[in-house]
Design a protein around this ligand. Sequence first.
Ligand code: NAD
Length: 320
Amino acid sequence: MKTILVIGASGQIGTELVAALRRKYGSGKIIAADLKSNSNTFSEGPFLPLDVLDKETLGVQVIKYNVGTIYLLAAMLSASGEQNPHKAWHLNMQSLLNVLEVARECKIEKVFWPSSIAVFGPDAPKENCPQHFKLSPTTVYGISKSAGEDWCKYYFIKYKVDVRSLRYPGLISHQTLPGGGTTDYAVAIFHAAMRHRFYQCYLKEDTLLPMMHMEDAVRATMELMEAPAENITIRSSYNIASISFTPKEIAAEISKHLEGFEISHVPDFRQSIAESWPGSIDDSDASFDWGWEPHYNLKRTVSVMLENLKHLRPVNTSIY
Ligand code: NAD
């Protein structure tokens, strides 16, 4: 078996995807690559310090490690992207173009690259946003994901590069903190709840957004990559969905476990980003083509998150 290279391996998704891939295919076969390492990616298998913007080095390493599959996770997310639009565009586009070119030149078997629900704009249906609704994003992050989807399709049609993609919703995980997205509150709320029994949310209480527990997201990624190529009818990126909730709804669910937990709301620039996205997503193409189905609802997500974060001790809450 050839090796699997995961670029951006030390981030929120990479940390858990690398662990799942190592469990399935063996530690030695999964090369975690990133600008920086973390204890998971570094200690449990090969780690490669890599800047994906350096295409020449990427190509050399792909040959050296006999890479057959690349997962590209390095990107700048929506909230950070709005603070640094040109840097976000450069990283998000050039990383993808480098990987697609190396995949073409080195005859890589499969490439995974994540898109996002951020490809949809304010005109998209708020409820059950369809797979093929036109993309009109209003954030630089969404613009880069929309253009990236076109590049994936282009490389598939023109060069037969087997590139596959999912439009992730906001992802909820306990292992690694999220890296600058608009949905980060759905992780931060658990840490604040455990430590302070209080969370100040940067979104309004009724802001509905599509979300997913990380275990579902990692499983979806691996199932998509294992599906027979002929089943993959969408070569831009698949809608996938599991749960949609508002800050008020997740706070109410947390309160069932943590007596006295309170939330307040001070919306910032992320409110308008959230309002430009759909509240829920129609993922019937993913279900039909490769059997996608979520395993986590809100109740299970909250109880699993709190269970995994129970080591976080409450700190002095008087300053809150
Ligand atoms: P993250 O910010 O947590 O991790 C990204 C990783 O990429 C970081 O470890 C960073 O060090 C690394 N990186 C940055 N620049 C690099 C470079 N030049 N070379 C090598 N590594 C570099 O991001 P994430 O949340 O894990 O997201 C991964 C992918 O999934 C991204 O494409 C993101 O757009 C997409 N996505 C994430 C979410 C989410 O909720 N987390 C939702 C939708 C889509």
